[in-house]
Write a protein that binds this ligand. Structure first.
Ligand code: FAD
Ligand code: UDP
Length: 764
C-alpha cells in the first residue's frame, strides 16, 4: 500500500529523519522482545517492527514496547516530533518528550469492526496531548473540530503523474488478460466497508460485464465474498502496479456500504481513479458527494438499481473523450501531496513556535523573540509591496512585518485602509459603513483569535426581515415564523415545518443552480417570493443562471431561529473596523501610502515580492477578457429620527423595488444617537468590483487567470477579487493567514532558529 502516511513520510524524509513504528509482530515464545528494522530504499524512511513473544497481558506488552522504544530513542531525543496514526500507540509512548505532537486522524477508528473499546478514551488523551491535529477529510473535521483548538482538515490528495499513466498504458497486467470487456474495477482494502451484496447484485444484473477486485481481504472471511463467474478477485498489488490495473478497466467502482464505518471516509482512490481518466461510480459517501459530486465523471447512486444504471452511464461516458475529462483535470489541478505536505509542515512549524514562545513566556523572557531579517534584503527598500489595504493586504502586512521582520509597503488606491469593510462617522456622528453593511461572523477560532489582538468586540447577532407581499415583514432566512406569518399557519414543531416544506418542495434531480437549491427545499412559491426577484436584481440574471452556492448561503430553517448567521463567533469590532485596521497596521515595518494606485508605484519601487489583492484580471491587463464582477451603488441617508426599522437589515425581494436592501447601522454598532443613518443598495453592472459572479463559465475564465498567477514568480494573489471567490471577511482573513504560513514555511526554519537564538542570547 502507498497511501496518505507513505506520501507524507516520503516528503518529510527529505528534510528530517523519519522513523515509522509499526504494530508488533509475534516472535518465538522463548526469545526476548526485539526490534526489526529496515530502511526504505527510495525514501530513506526507517521502519521499525517490534517482535514480541505471543501472550502476556496488555500491560506486560506495553511495558515491553515502552522499554524497546526508550532503548531505540536513547541519544535521539532532541527535537523529536511525535506523529500518531492511531491512539492505541499512546499506551507505551505517552511519556516520550517531543517538541510537537501531531495526530493525523484518518478515520473514525472507533466505528471500525473489532475496534478495541479503550480506543475512544485513548483518542481523547491523544487529542489533549497533541499540539496540532489533522483530519483525513472534511466530514471528519466537522465531527472532531470541537475536540481540539488547532485542528485542520486535510482531505487526501493524489499523485497525479503516477495515476495518469493509466490513461496511456499499453502494458496490461497478465492476470487481466483473459478477462472479457467491458471491465469495472475496484482497488483498495476489501473489508467490512465494502457492500458485498451490491457487488453481487451488479454481477448478477450484468453477467456480460467483468468486475475486477484488486486488494487484500482484511477482517472478513474470504469465504463470505460473493462468488460469480464475472467477479474476479485478483488479490493485493503494489502501488506501482495500480495504474496498469486502472488502465485496463473502463470504469472504476466505489461500492462502499453506507454505514457508521464509512461515515467519515474520504477515499484517496477517488482522485486517483479520476487522475487515471476513469469515470467513477460510487455509493453516496459524504465527502465524495461533497468534493466530487458535481463532476460529470462521478456518478453517485444509492440503491442497487441506481448503481447499475449509473454504471451504464459511466460506461457510455468512458467511450467518449468529452468535456467530462477536462472538468476532471481542472478539479485535480488544485490537488497535490506536495501542497498538503507544505501546509502540514507549516502547521507544525507554527505549533513548535507557539510552544517555544509559551516556554519562554513562562520563564519570564517575553519580548525577546526578535524577528529574523535577512541580511540580503537590507540594502533594498522593501521586502514586500502589498497592493490593497483591505483584509487580505492588511493581515499579510501585519504578519510579514511582525512575525518575519519584513519591510512592507502597503498601497491602496482608495484614500483609506480597510477595503470594503471601511467605516467612518458621518456628519451626524453616526458610525456607518461606506461600502454597505459588514457583519462579522466566523466559526474559525484562529481567525477570531487573530483579530482579537487588534480590537475588543461587541456581541451582535444580525437579524434580517424580508419585506414581501406589498409590506409584510417576515424573518429571513425562511423559518417556522416566516411560514406561520405568511400563510396563517400554526406549525408548532420542527417536524411540522419540515413536513410543510416537504409538501411544497419540488424534487430536483441534480442541484446545480441557485434556483434548484431553493425550489428543492421550499417550492416555487416561496422561491419566487423571497429569492427570484432579489437575485435577479442583485446579480442581473435569473437564479437558474447562477451557481447553487449563491443562494445556498441563505439556509432554510424549520425552527424559529431568526438570526441571519449561526456561526459561533458573532461580534462587531467595538470601535469599528477602521480602528481595528489602524491597530493592525500600526507596526514599525509597515509604510502605508493611500490614494496610490499600483500603477503609480509599480515601476519605481524596489521590492522583492508582491502581494496583489485587487482584481486578478486587471493585474494581467484583461489578457483573456474581463472577469465579470457585480457592483453596487450605495445611497446613504441620515434621518432626524432615532430609529428607521426594527432590525439591522430589511430585504426587498420584489422586482418592482429598485434596491435590494436597506441597512441601519445603529443596530450593528449599538451606538445611541437621536439621528440614524441608513444605506440603500442598488445593484449595478458597472462600477467598483464588489462581487465575483459564481457561474461555471466565469470559473473557467478565472482558472485561466489562476494558471497565469501560479506561473508568476514572487507574486501572491490573495483576497476576494484576486482569487475571484465570493468570500466573507473571515474567509479572506483565513486565506491571508494561510498564505502567510506558506511564506513563513519557506523561511520557517530560519525564523524559529532566529527566535531560539535570540532567546538564548537574552537568557545569557
Ligand atoms: P477588499 O476589501 O476589496 O480590498 C481590496 C483593496 O484593494 C481595495 O481597498 C482596493 O481599493 C484596493 N485595490 C485594488 N486594486 C488596486 C490597485 N490596482 N492599486 C491600489 N489599490 C488597489 N463579508 C462579511 O464577512 N460579512 C458581511 O456582512 C459582508 N458584507 C458585505 C457587504 C457588501 C456590500 C460587500 C461588497 C461585501 C461584503 N462582505 C461581507 C465581504 C467583504 O467585504 C470581503 O470579504 C472583504 O472585504 C474582502 O477583503 P479583500 O481584502 O479581499 O478585498
Ligand atoms: N438572496 C435572496 N433573497 C434574500 C436574501 C438572499 O434571493 O432575501 C439570495 C441572493 O441571490 C443573494 C444571495 O442569496 O445574493 C446571498 O445572500 P447574502 O445575504 O449572503 O448576500 P451578501 O450579503 O453577500 O450580499
Amino acid at each position: 500500500m502507498f497511501q496518505r502516511p507513505q506520501h507524507l513520510m516520503t516528503r518529510f524524509a527529505k528534510g528530517r529523519k523519519v522513523v515509522f513504528w509499526e504494530e508488533p509482530v509475534p516472535g518465538p515464545a522463548e526469545e526476548a522482545p526485539r526490534l526489526n528494522s529496515r530502511t526504505c530504499p527510495d525514501s530513506g524512511v526507517l521502519v521499525i517492527t517490534p517482535v514480541l513473544a505471543d501472550g502476556g497481558t496488555a500491560e506486560e506488552r506495553d511495558a515491553q514496547l515502552k522499554a524497546l522504544l526508550d532503548g531505540f530513542l536513547e541519544g535521539n531525543e532532541s527535537d523529536l516530533i511525535r506523529w500518531y496514526y492511531t491512539p492505541m500507540m499512546l499506551s507505551f509512548s505517552r511519556h516520550v518528550e517531543a517538541v510537537c505532537t501531531v495526530y493525523d486522524c484518518m478515520d473514525e477508528l472507533a466505528n471500525f469492526k473489532f475496534a478495541p473499546p479503550e480506543l475512544t478514551i485513548l483518542e481523547r488523551e491523544l487529542m489533549t496531548a497533541s499540539d496540532v491535529v489533522f483530519t483525513g477529510g472534511y466530514s471528519l473535521w466537522e465531527a472532531k473540530r470541537d475536540r481540539h483548538p488547532n485542528i485542520h482538515p486535510f482531505p487526501s490528495s493524489v499523485d497525479r503523474a503516477h495515476f495518469a499513466k493509466a490513461r496511456t498504458q499499453r502494458d496490461a497486467p497478465e492476470d487481466m488478460a483473459g478477462i472479457p470487456w467491458p471491465r469495472f474495477g475496484f482497488y483498495g482494502v476489501v473489508d467490512e466497508r465494502m457492500d458485498l451484496e451490491l457487488l453481487a447484485k451488479l454481477a448478477d444484473a450484468r453477467p456480460e460485464w467483468s468486475l475486477c477486485i484488486v486488494g487484500p481481504v482484511v477482517k472478513i472471511d474470504p469465504a463470505d465474498l460473493p462468488q460469480r463467474p464475472n467477479l474476479h478477485y485478483l488479490g493485493g498489488k503494489g502501488y506501482e502496479d495500480l495504474p496498469r490495473y486502472l488502465g485496463s478497466w473502463d470504469v472504476a467502482l466505489m461500492p462502499f456500504a453506507i454505514n457508521e464505518s464509512t461515515r467519515f471516509i474520504s477515499p484517496t482512490k477517488t482522485p486517483e481513479y479520476l487522475a487515471g481518466g476513469r469515470p467513477v461510480v460510487s455509493t453516496p459517501i459524504v465527502d465524495v458527494v461533497r468534493h466530487y459530486g458535481d463532476l460529470e465523471a462521478v456518478k453517485v447512486a444509492s440503491t442497487a438499481d441506481e448503481f447499475i444504471a449509473a454504471c451504464d452511464q459511466a460506461l457510455a461516458l468512458s467511450r467518449i473523450k468529452g468535456d467530462w475529462l477536462k472538468a476532471v483535470d481542472v478539479m485535480l489541478a488544485a490537488l497535490s501531496w506536495d501542497e498538503t505536505f507544505t501546509r502540514m509542515n507549516a502547521e507544525i512549524a507554527r505549533a513548535v513556535g507557539q510552544r517555544e514562545q509559551a516556554a519562554a513566556d513562562s520563564l519570564g523572557q517575553t519580548g525577546v523573540a526578535a524577528p529574523a531579517v535577512r541580511a540580503a534584503s537590507r540594502n533594498k527598500p522593501f521586502d514586500y509591496l502589498i497592493v490593497g489595504a483591505g483584509f487580505a493586504g492588511s493581515v499579510l502586512a501585519e504578519r510579514l512585518s511582525t512575525q518575519l521582520g519584513k519591510r512592507v509597503l502597503l498601497v491602496d488606491r482608495r484614500p483609506h485602509v480597510g477595503g470594503n469593510a471601511y467605516d467612518e462617522k458621518d456628519a451626524a456622528g453616526v458610525l456607518m459603513h461606506k461600502y454597505g453593511p459588514h457583519i462579522f461572523h466566523t466559526n474559525s477560532d484562529e481567525v477570531a483569535g487573530y483579530l482579537s489582538q487588534f480590537t475588543k468586540w461587541r456581541p451582535y447577532e444580525h437579524r434580517v426581515l424580508g419585506c414581501v407581499k406589498g409590506g409584510l415583514l417576515v424573518p429571513v432566512p425562511i423559518n417556522r415564523t416566516t411560514l406561520n406569518t405568511l400563510y396563517g399557519l400554526h406549525l408548532q414543531t420542527d417536524e411540522d415545518a419540515a413536513a410543510y416544506l416537504a409538501s411544497r418542495a419540488e424534487p430536483v434531480e441534480k442541484i446545480k443552480t441557485s434556483e434548484d437549491v431553493v425550489v428543492s427545499a421550499v417550492g416555487r412559491e416561496l422561491y419566487e417570493t423571497f429569492f427570484r426577484g432579489y437575485t435577479r436584481k442583485q446579480w442581473g440574471m435569473d437564479p437558474s443562471e447562477l451557481d447553487k452556492s449563491v443562494t445556498a448561503r441563505v439556509p432554510t430553517r424549520t425552527n424559529t431561529d431568526d438570526r441571519y448567521f449561526t456561526d459561533k463567533f458573532q461580534n462587531m469590532p467595538l470601535d469599528g473596523y477602521t480602528r481595528m485596521f489602524e491597530n493592525m497596521l500600526d507596526q514599525k515595518g509597515i509604510t502605508i501610502e493611500l490614494g496610490v494606485d499600483f500603477e503609480d508605484v509599480r515601476a519605481d519601487t524596489v521590492y522583492d515580492h508582491l502581494i496583489f489583492t485587487g482584481p486578478v484580471d486587471e493585474y494581467f491587463d484583461h489578457r483573456y477578457g474581463k472577469l465579470p464582477y457585480r457592483s453596487l451603488a450605495f445611497e446613504h441617508k441620515t434621518l432626524d429620527q432615532e430609529w428607521f426599522q426594527p432590525v439591522g437589515t430589511v430585504n426587498y425581494p420584489e422586482e418592482g423595488v429598485p434596491y435590494t436592501r436597506i441597512s441601519e447601522y445603529k443596530h450593528l454598532t449599538g451606538q445611541s444617537s437621536k439621528q440614524t443613518t441608513i444605506t440603500y443598495e442598488y445593484p449595478r453592472a458597472d462600477g467598483d468590483p464588489y462581487y465575483p459572479v459564481p457561474r461555471p463559465e466565469n470559473q473557467a475564465l478565472y482558472k485561466k487567470y489562476e494558471a497565469l498567477a501560479l506561473e508568476t514568480p514572487n507574486v501572491h494573489f490573495v483576497g476576494r477579487l484576486a482569487t475571484y471567490r465570493y468570500y466573507n471577511m473571515d474567509q479572506v482573513v483565513g486565506q491571508a493567514l494561510a498564505t502567510f504560513r506558506r511564506i513563513a514555511e519557506r523561511e520557517g526554519r530560519s525564523v524559529i532558529a532566529a527566535q531560539s537564538a535570540a532567546r538564548a542570547i537574552a537568557a545569557n
